[in-house]
Design a protein around this ligand. Structure first.
Ligand code: HEM
Length: 179
Protein backbone atom coordinates (compact mmCIF):
# COMPACT_ATOMS: atom_id res chain seq x y z
CA UNK A 1 0.00 0.00 0.00
CA UNK A 2 1.29 3.44 -0.96
CA UNK A 3 2.99 5.41 1.80
CA UNK A 4 0.75 8.43 1.22
CA UNK A 5 -2.18 6.43 2.61
CA UNK A 6 -0.25 5.93 5.87
CA UNK A 7 1.02 9.49 6.14
CA UNK A 8 -2.49 10.85 5.59
CA UNK A 9 -3.92 8.47 8.18
CA UNK A 10 -1.38 9.79 10.69
CA UNK A 11 -2.41 13.36 9.83
CA UNK A 12 -6.05 12.54 10.41
CA UNK A 13 -5.46 10.72 13.71
CA UNK A 14 -3.37 13.59 14.99
CA UNK A 15 -5.92 16.18 13.85
CA UNK A 16 -8.92 14.39 15.36
CA UNK A 17 -7.46 12.73 18.45
CA UNK A 18 -4.16 14.46 19.11
CA UNK A 19 -0.56 13.42 18.90
CA UNK A 20 -0.61 11.43 22.14
CA UNK A 21 -3.19 9.01 20.88
CA UNK A 22 -1.26 8.61 17.62
CA UNK A 23 1.80 7.85 19.68
CA UNK A 24 -0.12 5.29 21.78
CA UNK A 25 -1.49 3.61 18.68
CA UNK A 26 1.94 3.31 17.07
CA UNK A 27 3.85 2.33 20.18
CA UNK A 28 2.41 -1.16 20.47
CA UNK A 29 2.76 -2.04 16.82
CA UNK A 30 5.74 -3.39 14.96
CA UNK A 31 5.73 -1.35 11.79
CA UNK A 32 8.11 -1.00 8.84
CA UNK A 33 10.86 1.51 9.59
CA UNK A 34 9.26 1.97 13.05
CA UNK A 35 6.22 3.52 11.42
CA UNK A 36 8.16 6.31 9.72
CA UNK A 37 6.51 5.92 6.31
CA UNK A 38 7.61 7.86 3.27
CA UNK A 39 4.75 9.16 1.12
CA UNK A 40 6.34 7.69 -1.99
CA UNK A 41 7.22 4.26 -0.57
CA UNK A 42 5.18 1.06 -0.64
CA UNK A 43 4.31 -0.83 2.55
CA UNK A 44 2.36 -3.93 3.63
CA UNK A 45 -1.40 -3.49 3.64
CA UNK A 46 -1.49 -5.53 6.87
CA UNK A 47 0.14 -2.58 8.65
CA UNK A 48 -2.64 -0.22 7.65
CA UNK A 49 -5.18 -2.66 9.07
CA UNK A 50 -3.14 -3.06 12.26
CA UNK A 51 -3.13 0.72 12.78
CA UNK A 52 -6.89 0.97 12.17
CA UNK A 53 -7.64 -1.95 14.52
CA UNK A 54 -5.48 -0.37 17.25
CA UNK A 55 -7.19 2.97 16.73
CA UNK A 56 -10.54 1.20 17.08
CA UNK A 57 -9.38 -0.39 20.36
CA UNK A 58 -8.24 2.97 21.71
CA UNK A 59 -11.28 5.00 20.64
CA UNK A 60 -14.06 2.35 20.61
CA UNK A 61 -15.15 3.76 17.24
CA UNK A 62 -16.23 0.95 14.88
CA UNK A 63 -13.60 0.03 12.27
CA UNK A 64 -15.99 0.67 9.37
CA UNK A 65 -16.72 4.17 10.67
CA UNK A 66 -12.99 4.88 10.99
CA UNK A 67 -12.40 3.74 7.38
CA UNK A 68 -15.28 5.85 6.15
CA UNK A 69 -14.13 9.02 7.89
CA UNK A 70 -10.62 8.37 6.65
CA UNK A 71 -11.86 8.00 3.06
CA UNK A 72 -13.78 11.26 3.30
CA UNK A 73 -10.62 13.04 4.35
CA UNK A 74 -8.35 11.17 1.93
CA UNK A 75 -10.18 12.15 -1.25
CA UNK A 76 -9.04 15.78 -1.17
CA UNK A 77 -5.51 14.69 -0.33
CA UNK A 78 -5.30 12.28 -3.28
CA UNK A 79 -6.70 14.95 -5.55
CA UNK A 80 -4.17 17.50 -4.27
CA UNK A 81 -1.43 14.99 -5.07
CA UNK A 82 -2.59 14.63 -8.69
CA UNK A 83 -4.90 17.52 -9.64
CA UNK A 84 -4.21 16.83 -13.33
CA UNK A 85 -6.24 13.62 -13.10
CA UNK A 86 -9.51 15.50 -12.48
CA UNK A 87 -11.12 15.93 -15.89
CA UNK A 88 -14.65 16.71 -14.82
CA UNK A 89 -16.44 18.45 -11.98
CA UNK A 90 -19.52 16.26 -12.25
CA UNK A 91 -19.35 13.80 -9.35
CA UNK A 92 -21.00 10.88 -11.16
CA UNK A 93 -18.76 11.28 -14.21
CA UNK A 94 -15.79 11.63 -11.87
CA UNK A 95 -16.68 8.34 -10.24
CA UNK A 96 -16.75 6.64 -13.61
CA UNK A 97 -13.37 8.21 -14.41
CA UNK A 98 -11.87 6.64 -11.29
CA UNK A 99 -12.30 3.27 -13.02
CA UNK A 100 -11.78 4.23 -16.66
CA UNK A 101 -8.99 6.76 -16.27
CA UNK A 102 -7.75 7.84 -12.83
CA UNK A 103 -6.72 4.51 -11.35
CA UNK A 104 -5.25 3.49 -14.73
CA UNK A 105 -3.01 6.58 -14.65
CA UNK A 106 -2.20 5.94 -10.99
CA UNK A 107 -1.05 2.43 -11.92
CA UNK A 108 1.24 3.86 -14.64
CA UNK A 109 2.75 6.30 -12.16
CA UNK A 110 3.07 3.72 -9.36
CA UNK A 111 3.24 0.23 -10.86
CA UNK A 112 3.20 -1.34 -7.40
CA UNK A 113 -0.12 0.36 -6.45
CA UNK A 114 -2.89 -2.12 -5.72
CA UNK A 115 -6.16 -0.64 -6.82
CA UNK A 116 -9.76 -1.79 -6.67
CA UNK A 117 -11.83 -2.51 -9.75
CA UNK A 118 -15.29 -1.06 -10.33
CA UNK A 119 -17.63 -3.15 -12.48
CA UNK A 120 -20.02 -0.57 -13.86
CA UNK A 121 -23.64 -1.75 -13.83
CA UNK A 122 -25.42 1.36 -15.09
CA UNK A 123 -25.00 5.10 -15.36
CA UNK A 124 -27.14 8.07 -16.27
CA UNK A 125 -27.23 11.71 -15.22
CA UNK A 126 -28.86 10.88 -11.87
CA UNK A 127 -27.15 7.75 -10.67
CA UNK A 128 -24.10 5.58 -11.01
CA UNK A 129 -24.22 1.90 -10.04
CA UNK A 130 -21.24 -0.36 -9.78
CA UNK A 131 -19.65 -3.26 -7.95
CA UNK A 132 -16.53 -2.54 -5.93
CA UNK A 133 -14.11 -5.45 -6.33
CA UNK A 134 -10.94 -5.75 -4.31
CA UNK A 135 -9.19 -8.37 -2.24
CA UNK A 136 -8.67 -5.61 0.32
CA UNK A 137 -12.35 -5.23 1.18
CA UNK A 138 -12.01 -1.52 1.76
CA UNK A 139 -15.57 -0.74 0.67
CA UNK A 140 -16.11 1.54 3.65
CA UNK A 141 -13.02 3.46 2.59
CA UNK A 142 -14.54 3.67 -0.91
CA UNK A 143 -17.79 4.96 0.58
CA UNK A 144 -15.86 7.67 2.41
CA UNK A 145 -13.90 8.59 -0.72
CA UNK A 146 -17.19 9.05 -2.60
CA UNK A 147 -18.47 11.26 0.22
CA UNK A 148 -15.22 13.23 0.01
CA UNK A 149 -15.73 13.63 -3.74
CA UNK A 150 -19.27 14.89 -3.14
CA UNK A 151 -18.05 17.36 -0.49
CA UNK A 152 -15.26 18.61 -2.70
CA UNK A 153 -17.52 19.50 -5.64
CA UNK A 154 -20.43 20.47 -3.37
CA UNK A 155 -22.78 18.07 -5.12
CA UNK A 156 -24.75 16.12 -2.50
CA UNK A 157 -25.16 12.42 -3.17
CA UNK A 158 -26.95 9.53 -1.54
CA UNK A 159 -24.69 6.50 -1.25
CA UNK A 160 -26.30 3.08 -0.87
CA UNK A 161 -23.94 0.21 -0.26
CA UNK A 162 -25.07 -3.41 -0.47
CA UNK A 163 -23.72 -6.45 1.30
CA UNK A 164 -20.78 -8.24 -0.17
CA UNK A 165 -21.67 -11.07 -2.57
CA UNK A 166 -19.87 -13.09 -5.26
CA UNK A 167 -19.71 -10.05 -7.52
CA UNK A 168 -18.24 -7.68 -4.94
CA UNK A 169 -19.94 -4.88 -3.05
CA UNK A 170 -22.76 -3.12 -4.85
CA UNK A 171 -22.87 0.70 -4.75
CA UNK A 172 -25.64 2.99 -5.93
CA UNK A 173 -24.68 6.66 -5.90
CA UNK A 174 -27.51 9.10 -6.63
CA UNK A 175 -27.28 12.85 -6.99
CA UNK A 176 -29.56 14.74 -4.68
CA UNK A 177 -31.27 18.04 -5.29
CA UNK A 178 -28.93 20.83 -4.25
CA UNK A 179 -30.23 22.89 -1.35
C1 HEM B 1 -14.28 8.80 -5.32
C2 HEM B 1 -13.10 8.59 -5.84
C3 HEM B 1 -12.23 7.38 -5.52
C4 HEM B 1 -12.57 6.15 -5.05
C5 HEM B 1 -13.96 5.63 -4.69
C6 HEM B 1 -11.33 5.39 -4.89
C7 HEM B 1 -11.22 4.13 -4.36
C8 HEM B 1 -10.06 3.59 -3.86
C9 HEM B 1 -9.96 2.53 -2.89
C10 HEM B 1 -11.15 1.88 -2.21
C11 HEM B 1 -8.64 2.29 -2.66
C12 HEM B 1 -8.03 1.25 -1.70
C13 HEM B 1 -7.49 0.04 -2.38
C14 HEM B 1 -8.53 -1.06 -2.60
O1 HEM B 1 -9.70 -0.94 -2.18
O2 HEM B 1 -8.17 -2.10 -3.23
C15 HEM B 1 -7.91 3.22 -3.49
C16 HEM B 1 -6.54 3.32 -3.51
C17 HEM B 1 -5.86 4.33 -4.13
N1 HEM B 1 -6.38 5.31 -4.96
FE1 HEM B 1 -8.33 5.61 -5.36
N2 HEM B 1 -10.29 6.17 -5.33
C18 HEM B 1 -10.80 7.38 -5.70
C19 HEM B 1 -10.11 8.46 -6.19
C20 HEM B 1 -8.77 8.50 -6.34
C21 HEM B 1 -8.05 9.66 -6.84
C22 HEM B 1 -8.65 11.01 -7.26
C23 HEM B 1 -6.74 9.33 -6.88
C24 HEM B 1 -5.70 10.28 -7.37
C25 HEM B 1 -4.48 10.08 -7.42
C26 HEM B 1 -6.63 7.94 -6.36
C27 HEM B 1 -5.47 7.24 -6.15
C28 HEM B 1 -5.35 6.11 -5.36
C29 HEM B 1 -4.09 5.61 -4.80
C30 HEM B 1 -2.68 6.20 -4.98
C31 HEM B 1 -4.42 4.48 -4.03
C32 HEM B 1 -3.45 3.61 -3.21
C33 HEM B 1 -3.01 2.40 -3.96
C34 HEM B 1 -2.04 1.57 -3.12
O3 HEM B 1 -1.94 1.81 -1.95
O4 HEM B 1 -1.34 0.69 -3.65
N3 HEM B 1 -7.88 7.48 -6.07
N4 HEM B 1 -8.78 4.00 -4.22
Amino acid sequence: MRGIIFTELYELIEEKFGFELLDDVLMDLELSNDGAYSATGNYPFSELLAIVVKLHEQTEIPINDLLEVFGEYLFARLLAMHPELARTDNVLVFLEHVETYIHIEVKKLYPDAELPKFNIVSKDDKSFKFYYISSKKLHYLAKGLIQGLSNHYKQPVDIQMGLEDDEGVFFEVTRMQEA
